[in-house]
Design a protein. Sequence first.
Length: 477
Amino acid sequence: MAYIQFLGAAGTVTGSKHLVNTSSDTSGNHSRQVLIDCGLFQGQKEWRDRNWQDLPVAVQNIDAVILTHAHIDHCGWIPRLVKAGFRGPIFATPPTIDLCGILLPDSGHLQEEDAAFYNKIKKSKHDPALPLYTFEEAQDSLQYFRAAQFDQWITVSPEFSFRFVRAAHILGSAMVEVNLRTKGQSRRLLFGGDTGRVRNHSVAPGKVVHSGPVEGEAADVLVMESTYGNREHPTDDPRPQLAAIVRRTVERGGSVVVPAFAVERTQKFLFMLKALMEVGQMPRIPVYADSPMAIRAVETFLKYTGEYTEEARQLIREYGSPLEWPGFIFASTPQESKKINQSHYPSIIVSSSGMVTGGRILHHLAQRMPDPRNTVLFIGFQAPGTRGFAIKSGTPEVKIFGEMVTVRAEVASLEQFSDHADTPELLEWLRTFKKKPAATYLVHGEPAASVRLRETMMEELGWNVQIAQWMQKVQVR
Ligand SMILES: [Zn+2]
């Protein structure tokens, strides 16, 4: 009656793009086509190269895009899609639209910087190296966004309607329930996007957004992530460990450099630092939030306090806006960012990108990693092939700006901050389904994680589970 084609995040954790075609035959003729997510590939070159390939369908024939959330691996290819001629609506929740308004132009800016760098060192195959899209092109793509509230049904065509339900992953994140009606038959599809922490706050201590992904689903076809399909998060409180990492770094006379996603992850981390300093568990050293979007990110974070857990709201009530805190410095301009490099006193530097794929964090790491007094602290997922993954895995040196940088700094990580449900949490959520989906497709995972999750789901739930392959078309029955 219809089919789904996996155009990204199949066999890897980035580049999420799933095309729903309402045609009953895989030729795709005489049909509606809707793209769920439109993410950038990151990490290994083999995957990043796919950012430059055209989609297997003419973009003019895509009727709409539905966006689950504002992480770049789910939304970062939108400017390229628009550049290629897409002119339809891009549906997203209001917080996701706000976040994309900050993140996509920044992504365009990073693409331009990359191209300029490769032209300078003349190491690109392409002469001259071009950005995937520019700041301006990213700005231009924002005009196609259309707000859709949670639980509001939207009709894209007589065959295709959908609504957003809560995913509890990051601010504004949603799952997409799709109702397909063709030839008198109807089917419910559920695209999970990224699934947030399921259990209560004491078991998921990094959790900030709401109470969990919506329960009691009843889908015929489920497409879900498998990022943590072979892992469990620690459930202990990360604050004593964080305080200890900062204390011992300061005792050495060093600084802590934290790669973090600029919106939400950075702000909740800042609140945790503030609270630890206020109760005297952490020395009051300067904290730099270094991002071109630093101030807007805080403003956006504070605009949606209703989205957060009670504990997060309590912190916001108690401490107010981070922009007002003494000792917390927001570096928006390149000049302010450079000033941080001149500081030789212990400090905490929080900067993006979270997986060290680009952005200002590169300057800080290039400067601070050769010094064993410093610490690099990871508080987010690192996709294989990224610099963040290499550093976290203990590489002795890593390439930044074309030069090898020696890693002598301490490397630490706190897994409790994860915004993804781990395997026990995913199972807990899946057990709330009202019926077994006829088919479940696993996306957004490294192969080992997807394989393990498939086995676990088949054993524990008895579900029919497949691992999605890149470019594969699967029939909706
Ligand atoms: Zn995500």
